[in-house]
Design a protein around this ligand. Structure first.
Ligand code: NBG
Length: 919
């Protein structure tokens, strides 16, 4: 061997040694190690909570002892909640996947979640412990709750309903997902300018971290737009196939909010998509000094999920809105199919895997999108694809107002989503083929039912598409569903007699009674000697027997007064207005400002009442029932009429509130920046709430339900859910007035034919005259409002005015009979069991989705495992019996507690065995 060879050999040997010494520990995957490390649940005694809070304070935020202020405390506390929810959510998903249960996927472009912390703490039953933990840091939990911002990712009832549904779905252990968008900016913040006008400011809700949202950077889905369609012949079938080649892509990134159920470990997910560019920066442009151009693509992409469109019962009609809608459904369907395939199931099983609910027409593009996936990517036949599509989707209609029924120009769709437009045309063609066969009237029916309309433009009728592509369509109250069946979608109902069903809305009693009115919650629980009502609201009916009980009435009234005092303080602090409390009716109308909701009628009645008082002598004044009329609600920035109504309310309020002749007999208060949080303050403090829409216009209304639940009485028209509240709480316990929806068209027609002014009662004519004289500011400001009332009066304010003010009088005189009033209030609440979203969701689950609850089983203690509470393997008494118990538990996939503890025990056994082998 040459010298060189010898040397080389030595070197090789040395290298070998070096390589060997590099790895000190044997690398070997121990599957149970991670499980074992993750197995302990976060301790929930107050000392543990304190440790966890301080940990987050220093490591997550980071703050220190000097900057341990309340906002940081809120954040740190919230992170400890998020930690727990992550554990529970992992357990939940694991369990659902093992069980392969069918799940509901609720797609909604809006979620109005409200504050999260209190709700989560209550649902997890940790309030007392957190109270104790925070007290040690010098904070009251109640104040820490107040640090939280209210994420306004929705406009009104539609978004809030979605949030109530999520609470119910988790509470009742339904496997379910919410899907939506994570807007950078929520619904604008409203303030009132010096002229009484609405001022809008951007809602920068993500300025600080939102601790309840978990950014899921691993889930990034490419979403295409624009481009062209390739046609080719499929080699296998020789049939023609299509493929869409988008010319632009963006990325959908998942952001998860984990939804705890009340008194259960089941924790579901609300997945919100945010839009990212494919490429963050165009480096070529950047290098050439074009800095603006370099970020263009990023800004375009970010724009998609930048702002929530501030529309409620209106259509935005903007290209960007359309992009939002497609972005939402494309990302969502991709995710659902991905999760299906993760379970090693085929695409044919989709309808057994997920029931996808389209919340209004905004997610309707999901129908052509799924069809595209099934045809172009999964290569199914049309019949197979269409069958799967229809079985997967169902659609909820939330409005019949023509201005809110979405229609998108064919031109716009063809440009943005050419393949989808082609598919919509194919769906329409196949559908109309069937309609033509029954169309006896020169194509009239075909024209009416066509998904594509030829009017000022060629438009796709999204509601029509949603009906055709779904297996069930539901309205949101009895009257609304009847209007859908018999008027708005009459032809569709005749064609698909089994498709239309009613599911009346509901609200979650956790947030809308238990959390927002803890004193009343406590009274109900102590009276019924059980808190079962919190998850089965029908138990409230047992309150009926206490309705006339004096002692109970007094307690009930005291809680109302207590809540009114809170509101009184708020009004003083925020608006610097002094209002009375005791023996003063708090009369509240809170909702989006809309002509059909008739806030205008409310303020006209206030003017009427004001002048009535002014005409009184001192003796008469003494008898007046004092009242404060509160109004709150935002107007869409582009809805000028609604904005004028706000202005008028503020002008009227200024005059009345500053008139010394009126004093504290009457006040009109406009509360700016209405939100879920404000509603939680207002609703428990309300004596009477107003739901006075033109009959037939309010699909359901859900705040009416919340008021009744909190012992507020309703002054309302025969519309939406008011009717069902009357049925359940008793007609005599609701202040109802006005005509039925069936009579409305006739009144409208008369207005058109004879002129509304000529039919208007004198009292109202007089009020309009006073406004015209300039009593409430420049008349030109309000000319438009007045002209509408005098001309066509589309919302029949003139017709309803007298019955309305009469009923208002009835409210005030009834209030002077406390026994009667509190009895009505208690009976209202006792009848509201039916208004729970728990009932609503049960109906969806049974009538539409075909899903069942899948609760994570609980283990009471480790004793059930066959061990004492401080089980260790130190004594090496691993008898075979115990090992078998454990193995069986693992096999049966039982319980969250079991998962984590069992794996931990198995790991310890493994380690012990290893040691034994070595010895
Ligand atoms: C609203 C209706 C309300 C109803 C909610 C929830 C839209 C389009 N519709 O009456 O106006 O309570 O939906 O169903 O926001």
């Amino acid at each position: 061997m040459s010298n060189n060879e010898e040397k080389q050999k030595k070197i090789n040997k040395l290298v070998e040694e070096l390589e060997r010494s590099k790895q000190k520990y044997k690398i070997e995957k121990k599957p149970l190690l991670v499980e074992n490390l993750l197995s302990p649940y976060l301790g929930s005694d107050f000392k543990n909570l304190q440790k966890q809070i301080v940990y987050h304070l220093e490591h997550t935020l980071p703050r220190n002892t000097k900057t341990f202020e309340s906002f940081g405390t809120y954040l740190a506390t919230s992170y400890t909640i998020r930690d727990r929810l992550l554990q529970l959510s992992h357990d939940t998903q694991k369990y659902y996947n093992e069980k392969k249960v069918k799940q509901a996927c609720y797609i909604s472009i809006e979620y109005l979640m409200g504050r999260f912390l209190r709700n989560a703490v209550l649902n997890l039953n940790l309030e007392e412990k957190y109270e104790q933990a925070l007290a040690g840091f010098g904070y009251a939990l109640e104040d820490i709750y107040d640090e939280e911002q209210d994420p306004a990712l929705g406009n009104g009832g539609l978004g809030r309903l979605a949030a109530c549904f999520l609470d119910t779905l988790a509470t009742h252990n339904y496997p379910a997902w919410g899907y939506g968008l994570r807007y950078n900016y929520g619904l604008f913040r409203q303030s009132i300018g010096s002229e009484g006008e609405q001022v809008e400011k951007t809602d920068v809700w993500l300025q600080f971290p939102y601790p309840f949202m978990v950014e899921n950077h691993f889930l990034r889905i490419p979403i295409g737009f624009y481009g062209s369609i390739e046609t080719y012949v499929d080699e296998k079938t020789k049939g023609t196939r299509f493929k869409w080649h988008p010319s632009e892509y963006v990325i959908a990134q998942a952001n998860d909010i984990l939804i705890p159920g009340y008194g259960t470990d089941n924790t579901n997910t609300l997945r919100l998509w945010s839009c990212r560019p494919i490429e963050e920066l165009d480096f070529d442009k950047f290098s050439l000094g074009d800095f603006k151009g370099a970020s263009e693509k990023r800004l375009d992409a970010e724009n998609i999920t930048n702002v929530l469109y501030p529309n409620d019962n209106e259509v935005a009609g903007k290209e960007l809105r359309f992009k939002q809608q497609y972005f939402l459904v494309a990302a969502t369907l991709h995710d659902i199919i991905r999760r299906l395939k993760e379970q090693k199931r085929t695409i044919y099983e989709l309808p057994d895997f997920a029931a996808v609910q389209l919340n209004d027409t905004h997610p309707t593009l999901a129908i052509p999108e799924l069809l595209r996936i099934l045809l172009d990517e999964e290569m199914l036949t049309w019949d197979e694809a269409w069958d799967i599509t229809q079985r997967t989707f169902s659609y909820t209609n939330h409005t019949i107002l023509p201005e809110a029924l979405e229609r998108w120009p064919v031109k716009l769709i063809s440009h943005l989503l050419p393949r989808h437009m082609q598919l919509i045309e194919a769906i329409n063609w196949k559908f109309l083929e069937k309609i033509r066969k029954i169309d006896k009237n020169n194509g009239e029916l075909t024209k009416k039912m066509s998904l594509i309309e030829n009017s000022w433009d060629t438009l796709v009728r999204m509601a029509w598409l949603a009906i055709v592509g779904s297996h069930k369509v539901n309205g949101v109250s009895g009257i609304h569903t009847n209007i859908l069946k018999n008027i708005v979608f009459q032809d569709f109902h005749s064609f698909y007699p089994n498709k239309f069903v009613n599911v009346t809305n509901g609200v979650t009693p956790r947030r809308w009674l238990h959390a927002c009115n803890p004193q009343l919650s406590e009274l109900i629980t102590s009276t019924l000697k059980s808190n079962d009502w919190i998850y089965d609201l029908s138990h409230l009916s047992k309150l009926r027997e206490y309705a006339g009980n004096e002692d109970f009435q007094l307690k009930w009234a005291a809680i109302k007064l207590f809540n009114k005092k809170k509101l009184q303080k708020y009004v003083k602090k925020e608006l610097n207005i002094e209002i009375g409390c005791k023996d003063v009716i708090y009369d509240i109308q809170i909702k989006r400002i809309h002509e059909y909701k008739r806030q205008l009628m409310n303020v006209l009645a206030s003017i009427h009442f004001y002048f009535q008082i002014k005409k009184m002598n001192e003796e008469e004044k003494k008898k007046v029932q004092r009242r404060v009329s509160f109004i709150a609600g935002k107007a869409a920035p582009g809805y000028l009429v609604a904005k004028k109504i706000i202005k008028l309310i503020n002008h009227v309020s200024k005059v009345i509130n500053n008139d010394p002749e009126i004093g504290d007999l009457f006040k009109v208060i406009y509360l700016p920046n209405y939100s879920v949080t404000l509603a939680e303050l207002l609703i428990p403090a309300t004596d009477v709430s107003e739901h006075i829409s033109t009959p037939g216009c309010e699909a359901s209304g859900t705040s009416n339900m919340k008021f009744v639940l909190n012992g507020g009485l309703i002054l309302g028209t025969l519309d939406g859910a008011n009717l069902e509240i009357m049925e359940n709480s008793g007609e005599e316990n609701v202040f109802a007035f006005g005509i039925t929806s069936k009579e409305v068209p006739e009144v409208k027609q008369r207005n058109i034919e004879q002129g509304a002014w000529n039919l208007m009662p004198e009292e109202l004519q007089e009020i309009l005259g006073i406004i015209e004289e300039g009593k409430f500011g420049e008349v030109d400001e309000f000319r438009g409002l007045l002209e509408e009332l005098k001309g066509v009066d589309r919302y029949i304010t003139g017709h309803d005015f007298i019955p309305y003010i009469k009923e208002l009088d009835n409210v005030m005189s009834t209030y002077q009979n406390p026994q009667k009033w509190w009895k009505m209030s208690i009976l209202g609440c006792a009848g509201s069991g039916w208004l729970s979203s728990d009932r609503t969701i049960k109906e969806y689950a049974e009538k539409i989705w075909g899903i069942k609850p899948c609760p994570l089983p609980k283990i009471e203690s480790e004793k059930e495992l066959g061990f004492g509470s401080s089980f260790t393997l130190k004594e090496k008494q691993i008898d075979q019996k115990k090992v078998n118990i454990i193995k069986k538990l693992i096999k049966d996939q039982k319980t969250t507690e079991r998962f984590r503890r069992v794996y931990s025990i198995m790991y310890q056994i493994e380690e012990e065995n290893e040691k034994d082998e070595k010895n």
